[in-house]
Design a protein around this ligand. Structure first.
Ligand SMILES: [Zn+2]
Length: 142
């Protein structure tokens, strides 16, 4: 599942954007949607990887049994989305570069599976080193 999110992150990088990807799966592993951070591409500060995948999934009757997969731990904004719609499982590629709302989700009883992926770390850290100002804008640091 993480490979789908990584492929999205690479797509975003190729477009000149922040390389963070996400995907939403059913519990049986069926892919519903995927997306990536499009903030730079679309000039839309709300277009994070998770929100892009979420919008592309369209309306779902319930999110309880869906799995949100993302290459990076969700920020506060995306943590709110997970909480609001009731996802119970979130798979993160890594949470070392950015911890986001992992602890908060765990306190809420969300099952957070951290894959500690070296590929995800390398991908994002390369971008941050090259474009620190874009990264800081992404996580709301000024
Ligand atoms: Zn986010």
């Amino acid at each position: 599942m993480l490979q789908v999110a990584i492929a999205e992150a690479n797509l975003g990088l190729a477009e000149g954007g922040v390389p963070i990807g996400a995907a939403i799966f059913r519990a049986d592993g069926t892919l519903i949607s995927s997306g990536h951070n499009r903030r730079v591409q679309d000039g839309d500060p709300s277009a994070h990887g998770e929100t892009d995948a979420f919008r592309r999934a369209g309306r779902q009757r319930s999110y309880r049994d869906l799995i949100m997969v993302t290459t990076l731990a969700p920020c506060w904004y995306c943590t709110g989305l997970v909480r609001q719609f009731g996802f119970r499982t979130v798979v993160v590629g890594e949470s070392e570069t950015f911890r986001g709302g992992v602890d908060s989700l765990q306190e809420l009883g969300v099952n957070v599976i951290d894959l500690d992926s070296a590929e995800c770390k390398t991908l994002l850290r390369g971008f941050i080193a090259a474009h620190p100002e874009i990264w800081n804008e992404d996580i709301g640091v000024d």
